[in-house]
Design a protein around this ligand. Structure first.
Ligand code: GDG
Length: 482
């Protein structure tokens, strides 16, 4: 990778907008000649922030994905990227430990037992301090700083002390649990003080916002009026900003003749089933993959779905594979898939196609187009973008979405077949009803959901948050990117 001439000069001037997230918005890939290069990651957050970051001279602070010394800061696609160093110990303690084996399960209703460990907490604190120091050193006077997600909850408070001049926003992408659960966390007061260091804290769902207000009162005797929380260090606004997807890009993919041809080919390759049911998730215990498989297996066994005419494609994107909870989940899922196929499949005819792989956006869009039923059954999920992507892809208003009421998306996609995934009988009924839905019924449900998404895309989400964050400073409005 080429060095960046003049980089130090750019950084010295300071940035008016800084984003902090655990990961930088790029992945390191090898090109055809075997040399390393950076490639923009596919996520919606990057897509939404990209035009705003370019227009506002923004910098992004995050980990580049490898333990050990980081590369020098560099510019990619017009955005300045500042890698933060994580040692092997930091990856174990801050990332895999405190973030993904303590906070992640606890914030998802403790559907797996959170593990509490003093060393992980120390590491979490140290890495949060490192991120905050990086932002303090790079922000122009009065800059906007937008901190993302559960890995960096201490950053707003630390940064506030280092740089009281900044406008600091924080967005939590996952749920914030109720007081009774959150209070298990040994770091509970520190995390609340960290978050209250922000001027604006955003949540996916009103439940998160409400839990935050209650926690502020319970742990720190703060007082809430409307959206404003008064606490010992000042005032913080807490509000709901449901994240969304890049609808225009999703629709373009859906209308691409190559993607449509691939969707038809997928159906042929699966033996032209009458009903194709699809699941797309990171292989994570919050996503309810096991509940979905169990429901599907019982429906086949009871003859309510015909094994010769019904196929379930389950994409399970590899995730956090070094963590025990995830290894155990993988084994359970693979055993269940194999049991269903063992009993119900035939020669050359699988009932469950289980794909422990990741796919590019075009292949995912082809899968969404090919699927008669999309099954999104998390036990708890901040939002769930897969549900939104499926709806946005169905530009002819066909298809059927089965959606867990415990996904944030259920608050907006109310015309889906909504289910409680713990209630297996109702889950099975919903899958059957969605599989048998007539076209008019599909359209009546899909059309309003698609219309909602067209009005509430990720650009609007980002612009809403940033406008709200900068209101008191009275600067110009951020326009949603076209
Ligand atoms: C967290 C919260 C919240 C899927 N397979 C592949 C792939 N994907 C993309 C999907 C979608 C994204 O990954 C997954 O987003 P989700 O929202 O479904 O879930 P989490 O990863 O758990 O995300 C969640 C989200 O943050 C945003 O705030 O909605 O609640 O848990 O966009 O299309 N992407 C690629 N290859 C794949 O195989 N490149």
């Amino acid at each position: 990778m080429a060095p960046d001439p003049g980089a130090a000069g750019i950084d010295r001037a300071g940035y008016d907008l800084i984003v902090l997230a655990n990961r930088l918005p790029v992945d390191r890939v090898a090109d055809s000649a075997g040399a390393d290069r950076w490639q923009r990651s596919p996520g919606g957050l990057v897509t939404a922030l990209h035009p705003i970051m370019r227009a506002q001279r923004g910098a992004w602070i995050g980990w580049h994905g490898q333990p050990g010394p980081p590369p020098d800061p560099f510019t990619h696609d017009g955005i300045r990227l500042h890698p933060v160093e994580l040692s092997e110990d930091d990856v174990d303690g801050y990332y895999e430990g405190q973030s993904n084996a303590t906070i992640w399960p606890l914030y998802h209703d403790a559907v797996e037992q959170p593990i509490f460990d003093r060393d992980w907490r120390r590491s979490y604190r140290e890495v949060n301090e490192r991120f905050a120091a990086a932002a303090a050193g790079l922000a122009a006077p009065g800059a906007l700083v937008w901190v993302h997600d559960y890995h960096l909850q201490l950053v707003p408070g630390i940064l506030r002390r280092l740089r009281p001049d900044l406008r600091i926003g924080f967005f939590l992408h996952i749920p914030l649990p109720p007081v009774e659960l959150f209070c298990q966390m040994p770091l509970r007061e520190e995390i609340m003080r960290g978050l209250l260091g922000a001027d604006l804290v955003g949540f996916q769902h009103p439940h998160g916002t409400r839990n935050f207000q209650r926690l502020a009162a319970h742990l720190l005797a703060a007082k809430t009026t409307g959206e404003v929380i008064e606490h010992a260090e000042g005032v913080t606004t807490a509000a709901t900003f449901p994240i969304s997807i890049d609808v225009a890009t999703q629709q373009r993919l859906a209308d691409d003749p190559q993607v449509r041809a691939r969707a038809a080919e997928i159906r042929r390759e699966l033996g032209d089933p009458q009903t194709l049911i699809l699941g797309v998730d990171r292989l994570d215990y919050t996503k309810g993959i096991e509940h979905r498989l169990t429901a599907f297996g019982e429906l086949l066994a009871e003859g309510r779905l015909d094994p010769a005419k019904t196929v379930l494609v389950q994409v399970a994107v590899p995730s956090r594979q070094r963590i025990d909870h995830y290894q155990a989940l993988r084994e359970r899922v693979e055993r269940t898939v194999s049991r269903i196929n063992g009993v119900h499949a035939g020669i050359g005819r699988l009932c469950v196609h289980y794909l422990h792989q990741s796919y590019d956006r075009a292949e995912l869009a082809a899968l969404y187009l090919a699927a008669d039923v999309m099954a999104v059954t998390p036990l708890r999920d901040g939002m769930n973008l897969v549900a939104k992507e499926y709806v946005a892809t169905r530009t002819d208003d066909t298809g059927a979405l089965v959606l867990s009421e415990f996904a944030g998306a259920a608050a907006e996609l109310s015309q889906a077949w909504t289910v409680n995934p713990h209630d297996l009988d109702r889950l099975k009924d919903a899958i059957v009803a969605a599989a048998h839905a007539e076209r008019e019924q599909q359209t009546a449900r899909m059309r309003p959901m698609r219309a909602h998404l067209r009005r509430h895309d990720v650009n609007r989400w980002a612009a809403d948050f940033l406008n709200r964050l900068e209101t008191p400073a009275g600067r110009g409005r951020v326009e949603a990117a076209a």
